[in-house]
Design a protein around this ligand. Sequence first.
Ligand SMILES: NC(=O)c1ccc[n+]([C@@H]2O[C@H](COP(=O)([O-])OP(=O)(O)OC[C@H]3O[C@@H](n4cnc5c(N)ncnc54)[C@H](OP(=O)(O)O)[C@@H]3O)[C@@H](O)[C@H]2O)c1
Length: 358
Amino acid sequence: MLKVALIGSTGAVGQEFVVALDKHPWFELKFLASSQRSAGKKYIDAIRDPNSGVLRWHNREQVPEYIKDEIVSSVEDLKPKDFDLIFTALESSDAQIIEPKLANTTPVISTAAAFRYQEDVPILIPGINDDHIELLNEQRKKRDWAGFVCPLPNCTTTGLAISLKPILDNFGIDSIFMTSMQAISGAGRSPGVAALDIIDNVIPFIPKEEEKVQVETKKILGSFVDNSIQPSKFKVSCTCTRVPVMDGHTETVFVETQKPVEPEDVKNTMVRFSDNVKLSGLPSSPKQYIIVHDDPTRPQPRIDREINDGMTTCVGRLRKDTVFENGIKYVLLSHNEKMGSAKGAVLLAELLKSKNVI
Ligand SMILES: NC(=O)c1ccc[n+]([C@@H]2O[C@H](COP(=O)([O-])OP(=O)(O)OC[C@H]3O[C@@H](n4cnc5c(N)ncnc54)[C@H](OP(=O)(O)O)[C@@H]3O)[C@@H](O)[C@H]2O)c1
C-alpha cells in the first residue's frame, strides 16, 4: 500500500477524494489537512458550517465511516517525505505556495491550475496523453525535486479533450466552438455560488474559465517532441456559463474537421477509442470510457452523471453541422468532481504507479 496525504480534504473536491480513496486497494489515506479553520477538528465536525451547524456534505452517499473521526491537521504539520504520494485540492493561490514545498520530496497530484501552464508541467488525462508523462522526469531534473507537481485539467476541459481525441486522431481538427453549462459544485465551497444568485438563473460568466479551457485543450492534445509539448494547432473558442445543476458539466461542441466526416463515423470512432483505451487493471478505470447515446434526449446530468461512478464521458446528439464544410456537433456530459477532479486524480495516480513513476 502507498501512504497517501490529502490537502484540502474538506472542500468540494476534497470530499470526493475521501470517497474515491475509501477501501482503495493501492492507496491508504493516512493524513488529512485543510485550512486553520478546520485544523484540530474531527473530519465530520470540520465539514459542518460553523454558523448554522449544517453538515456541508453533498455526496449522495453517507460520509464514509473510516474518515468521520479522523482529525484534520494543518499543512504545517505534514512531513511530506513520510508519504509516497500527496493529493491536493486547493485554490490556485494556496497551491502556488504549498505544492512546491511538498514536491521537493514527494509526488503531488493537483486539481489546481497553479502549475498547469508551465513548460515542464504536463496536464494529464489517463488514456488521452500518457506519452506526456515523460515530462515529469524532466520537471524533476530541472527543479531538482525528488517529487513533482502533476496537475489535472480544469474540469470543463476534461470531457472536451476526451471527446475530441478520437476525432483529432481520425479526421483532424481545424477549429472548435464550445459552450458549457457548468454545475454549481464546480465553483467549490469557499465561497461557492450563492443560492440566491443561481436559482432560477443562468450566469453567463465564469472568471478565467474560457481561457483555461482554450489553452489546456491544445496542450493536452498536443504532441510530445524532444522532451517538450507542442500544443495542437487547432483553434478553440469557448463560452462558459453556470447553471442550476448540482454536479456534471454539460457542453455543446461544434468541430470543424480537416477531413469530411459523418456522424456515424464519429460515433464508431469514439466507441472504438473507448473500447481500446489502455487503462484496464487500474482500480478506478470505468467500464466504458466514452458512451455515445442515440437517444436525442441524452445526455442529461440527472440521468447520466453517475454512470460508471461518474468516470464516463457521455456524448449525444451527434449530427452534421452545415455551417462548416466539414463539421459535426454534439452534446457531452462529464462529472466535474469524479472524472473531472477527485476520482480522475486517483485514476491518474494509479496510472503513474502502474508506470513506476510514483
Ligand atoms: N469543484 C470542482 O468541481 C473542481 C473540479 C476540478 C478542479 N477543481 C479545482 O480544485 C481545487 C479545489 O476546489 P474545491 O471546489 O474543492 O474548493 P473548495 O470547496 O473551496 O475547497 C478548498 C479546500 O482548501 C482548503 N484550504 C483553504 N486554504 C487552505 C490552506 N491555506 N491550507 C490548506 N488547506 C486550505 C479548504 O479548507 P477549509 O474547509 O478548512 O476552509 C478546503 O478544504 C481548486 O483549485 C479548483 O479550481 C475544482
